[in-house]
Each structure stands twice: as C-alpha cells, then as structure tokens.
Design a protein around this ligand. Structure first.
Ligand code: SAT
Ligand code: MN
Length: 609
C-alpha cells in the first residue's frame, strides 16, 4: 500500500481497507496536495489521454479534458437522498431506502477498481481553522476527479493531521465500511464505465456518507462540492443552526461610504452566478470609485456571528464555471481567472495554437476539434463546438477581483440577500421584500427556467425554491421552517431580502435588461435602500424602485423599457398565486403556517387591487 502510513492504524486506515475490499484496486495512493505529487498526477493523466497539455506560453499549466459524451451535467433523476424515511427527504427529492441503495451501489461498484489506482483524497471544505470547516475523505479511481478536487477543495498535510485527530469519533462495523457515522464525510466515487443507466449519486445523511457511481462530471463526482457542501451540509446546518446555500458572496465598495458591503445571491445553476460574483463594472462606475470583490461564486455557508449578524464563508477553493458564452462582455474576470492552472472540460481545441476556444471568444480557429474531439470548424459546422455546459476548473486565487476576506475564517457579514430566477415574464427586475418572513415566502415561491447545467430539457419553467431544488438534502418544507427560525434568531440583525430577475423578455423575445456589468445599477439601488438613501415604492409584492432611482446613465435602455421591467402584471400574478398554492399543496403539511399566511396576504392584496 502506497504512503498510507500517514494513517498508520486506526479508524481511517480500517475504513480505507474496507473500501479496498469492495473495490479491489491494483494500488492505493494517498493524495497529499504536494506540488511534486500533483505534477506527477498531471503527467500520468496526459499519458493516459485524460488530459491534453495546452500551450504553456499562452495557457500556463492548463489542460483540456473531454468527458464521456453521455456524462456532461448533473443528473437529478439519478440523485438520491437515502435518509431513514421518505418523509426526511421530502417531496422534492428522490428517496431511496438506504439499505436497498447500498446493496445496489455495492453491486455496481464491486471490483470496479480492478487494474486501477484507488486515490484517497483527504479534503477540507472551508478554512481549516474556521468553525465553518468540514472535513472529508474522497476515494476515487479518476485522475480527473483527483486533479479537480485539488483545485476545488483544500487538500494538504494539515487536513490529514486534523483528520487523524478526529479518528476516534467514527464507528463502523460492517465488512465494507458503509455503516456507522463520523464527524468527517466519507465519500466514495467509482467511475465504473460511466454507464448512464447505472449512474447513481447517493447521499446518506445519517451516515455522513456519499456514494457516487458511473459519472465523472463535477457536480456528480467532486463530492466535496454539491454533495457535501450543499446536500449533506444543509442537513448539518439544520441540526447545528446554520445554513448551506447555493449562493455567491460578493463585496461592493462605493464612493462616499465607509467599508465594503457584502451580499449573498442565489440563482439556479447556469443563470450567471459566476458572472455576477466577479462582475466587471462599466467605466462610469469604476471612474467614480466603485469596486466589486468576489468572495465566492457558487456556495455560501451562513452562520450567526458573535455580533448577532449573519456571516458567510465560501467553502470552496476554486471556481467550476461555465465556459460557453463567457467572454469579454459577460465576464472578463472569469477569462483572467481561467488563464493558468486551469482544467477546461468539453470545449473546442484549437489545434494550431494548442489552446482552447468557445463561442464568445475571438475569431474561431480554423483547424479545430469540437468538445467530443471530432473535426470542427465554425464556417462549416451548424452546431457549436463547445458543449453548452462546458466548464473551467480554476483556483479562486486567480480571480482578479478576489476579496481580501475570501479566506477569513469568520467569513464576511452579510447586509443583503438576493434571490433570483430566470423568468421571461412576471418577475420585475428588482424588488425588496418587506421583512425576513416575506423574503422567505418569495424565496420559497421561486420559479426558474431550466438550463444546460442539469440533464433534460432546457427552458422549462419549474419551481426552484431558493435555487436549492437539486441541492437541499432534506424535506424542503422543513428547510423553509429552518430559514424562518434563523430569521427569528437574527431579529433586527437579519439581512434585508431582495428579489431580482435579469431575464425578462420583450415582445420580440429579446432580453430587456443588458445584465452583466450593468447589474451594478441594481446593486446600487440595493445599497441605497440599505443606507436609507432612497424610498421604495409600495406594490403588492414588495417595494419597487422609483424609476428615477435606477441609474441608466450611459445605458442603452429607454425609460419605457425600464418601466416595463418594473411593472407588476396582476393578471399574471393571479396565475402565479395558483402556482404557489399548488406547489405548497404538493409540498404537504410541513409547509410553515407563516408562509401560508404570506400567501393569503398576497392573495388578498391582489384581489383588492
Ligand atoms: O453542479 S455543478 O457544480 O457541477 C454545476 C452547477 O450545476 O452548479
Ligand atoms: Mn451551482
């Protein structure tokens, strides 16, 4: 056994041996995060055609990876919460009896590491010295997963040391080490033959364990990310009094105000969280001293701090962002972020320059292969060369507007929370909810159009409360209650809650709001509200901006269009009420009374008007 002496004997050593018995690898390697070992992995990955090394001058230490074409996104239909009861998983999750799930997973993965290496990745989500931190060990046979985890999580000697200190907490009794529980998360990943029919991503909250088979895609295979940092962490948060959210964290610095204000924003996958989190501002704003600071682009862990306010930390170490359509306008900071030490997945390979390309970048290459490795040219091809869910995996420290607080063990104090979805009608550009309970109501009622980040059809409107539909590891109605409870504890210190919709379309089906860097104009209004610089205009759904309080200087949008972004169509809202009612009915009796009251209040307002 390779370098496992780190764990000598003890619980972790025993657990690894149990899993070894199940998967039957040729050898075992402990991943320690050292530079030496990591470069060895990269060389090995190149040799095995898992990675293509790109032009060192243009893209230093960058690589191209192509996934199995059937393995390009999260698969919600194959994602399970294996809690003791179906009620614990709730009506929005796929539930699987833990015993039955395990027996299937054992069947599928048994001996699947034959002639393969078993990599043991001890990792930490969050800053190791922070109370936010959560430890885990991922076992995988995929070098792509190893190298991605090395970017997305903290993997180093300190983590190994800390895990050794925690050893005694774990108890385990069965042959394959799949029972009992531990204070650290046991993550088992087996690529098998990436067979979509036998693909399962299973979470065992009672065992603090994740077991994923037959997919190497980020959200299904980098088990520290969505599986631990959202699904399992949301359960931990419920039990321990904090929140794990699908949210970006950013700081906004404005002239004439002291300090930086931090906000969290949740949008569903593929709706522009990364772009929003590292927004590059238009010149009229930078000139005046505005700055954006990125703390995180996908996940926020939120705790009540010593001062009673809500504090957020980013548990991740890297960005797993969408490549397609990321360009100089949509997100110039992401282009800089993904310029070195980056793995690109499922993009076009420019063979002449040995670089990568996707729609949105400069002129397309002449001699290229598409995301599947087939000959491709922009001129002769009807289809895009990159996959719509093509991704870059880059260290967050590459981000040119990275906040100085990004690794603060305490996190940053949050002044406002934004909920957003992708809606072509109904939802205004922005409104402020009246208080925490009303904000939670609006978060619970969110609907959004599906995107390529999930398998299945895109553009389908569906309920996606808090953008957590695919990520809440327990009963969503209990999750609403947990939000309400957090609000009660926060009291006066609770951040203000806003709602935004950047995706409203006009009669010609064109987006009305320019979005991207121009979104600062929305943030400006939010900060004006927080600082009581402007009043909001009362409406049935909350406080809207006065049209004159949204700065449209140097923006190609007419006042009339801005008005249309802010209008409330009560006929449509009437239909929406039915949807919320039906959704609540579907969620069942656990929906908190306070939210049902909110719905009644909204119904009565819309009727009166
Ligand atoms: O789930 S991933 O992390 O792969 C991307 C997303 O859907 O947010
Ligand atoms: Mn996400």
């Amino acid at each position: 056994m390779h370098n496992l002496q780190e764990f000598q004997s003890g619980v972790i050593y025993n657990w690894i041996n149990c899993i070894k018995k199940l998967l039957n690898p040729q050898d075992i390697i402990l991943v320690d995060g050292s530079e030496n070992q990591t470069s060895g992995f990269k060389e090995e990955a190149i040799k095995k055609n898992i990675l293509i090394k790109l032009n060192e001058d243009l893209l230093p230490n960058c690589y191209l990876h192509r996934s199995n074409p059937n393995d390009v996104a999260r698969v919600e239909s194959k994602t399970f919460i294996c809690s003791d009861t179906k009620q614990d998983a709730g009506p929005t999750n796929n539930w699987w009896n833990p015993k039955e799930a395990l027996s299937k997973l054992i069947n599928i993965s048994k001996n699947s590491y034959k002639n393969r290496i078993m990599y043991i990745i001890p990792f930490c989500m969050g800053q190791i010295e922070s109370k936010f931190a959560k430890l885990g060990i991922e076992i995988t046979d995929s070098l792509y997963v190893v190298l991605s985890m090395l970017t997305m999580a903290k993997v180093n000697k300190k983590v190994i040391k800390k895990l050794k200190e925690l050893e005694e907490i774990h108890e385990n009794s069965d042959e394959f080490g799949l029972s009992g529980t531990a204070s650290w998360t046991r993550c088992i990943h087996a690529s098998c033959n990436t067979d979509p029919d036998n693909r399962y991503i299973c979470h065992f909250p009672q065992n603090n364990m994740i077991f994923s088979v037959n997919s190497n895609y980020g959200g299904n295979a980098l088990l520290g990310k969505k599986c631990l940092a959202l699904r399992l962490a949301s359960v931990m948060g419920k039990n321990e009094g904090w929140l794990a959210e699908h949210m970006l964290i950013m700081g906004i610095q404005r002239p004439g105000t002291q300090g930086i204000k931090y906000i969290c924003a949740s949008f569903p996958s593929g709706c522009g969280k990364t772009n929003f989190a590292m927004m590059a501002l238009p010149e009229i704003y930078t000139k005046n001293g505005y700055k954006i600071w990125c703390v995180g682009d996908d996940i926020a862990w939120l705790r009540i701090g010593k001062n009673g306010g809500l504090w957020a930390a980013n548990p991740e170490n890297g960005c797993f962002g969408v490549c397609a359509d990321t360009d100089k306008i949509t997100n110039p900071n992401a282009l800089v972020t993904a310029r070195e030490n980056t793995i690109f997945t499922n993009v076009v390979h420019d063979k002449t320059r040995n670089t990568v390309w996707w729609t949105g970048l400069d002129a397309p290459p002449d001699d290229a292969t598409d995301w599947q490795g087939l000959p491709w040219s922009a001129k002769n091809s009807q289809t895009r060369g990159e996959h719509p869910n093509s991704r870059f995996t880059a260290p967050i420290t590459n981000c040119p507007c990275l906040s100085a607080e990004y690794n603060n063990p305490e996190g940053v104090q949050i002044s406002a929370i934004i909920f957003g979805g992708k809606r072509s009608e109904l939802m205004p550009l922005i409104f402020q909810t009246s208080d925490w309970i009303h904000g939670v109501f609006m978060g619970s009622a969110l609907r959004s159009e599906t995107t390529p980040a999930t398998d299945g059809k895109t553009g389908i409107l569906r309920n996606d409360p808090f953008s957590m539909l695919p990520f809440c590891g327990y009963n969503i109605a209990d999750y609403f209650q947990h939000w309400l409870d957090m609000g009660r504890t926060l009291g006066e210190k609770a951040p203000k809650i806003f709602n935004i919709n950047l995706f409203k379309r006009d009669k010609n089906n064109e987006f009305i709001w320019p979005g991207f860097g121009e979104n600062i104009r929305i943030l400006d209004w939010i900060l004006d509200r927080l600082e009581s610089k402007v009043d909001g205009k009362k409406s049935v759904i909350g406080l809207l901006p006065d049209i004159n309080n949204i700065n449209i200087q140097e923006l190609n949008i007419s006042k009339k269009n801005l008005e249309s972004l802010l209008e409330i169509d009560e006929k449509l809202w009437n239909q929406e009420l039915n949807n919320i009612q039906n959704y609540y009915n579907k969620l069942g009796e656990n929906v908190p009374e306070e939210l049902i009251n909110q719905l009644e209040i909204l119904k009565s307002k819309i009727k009166i008007n």
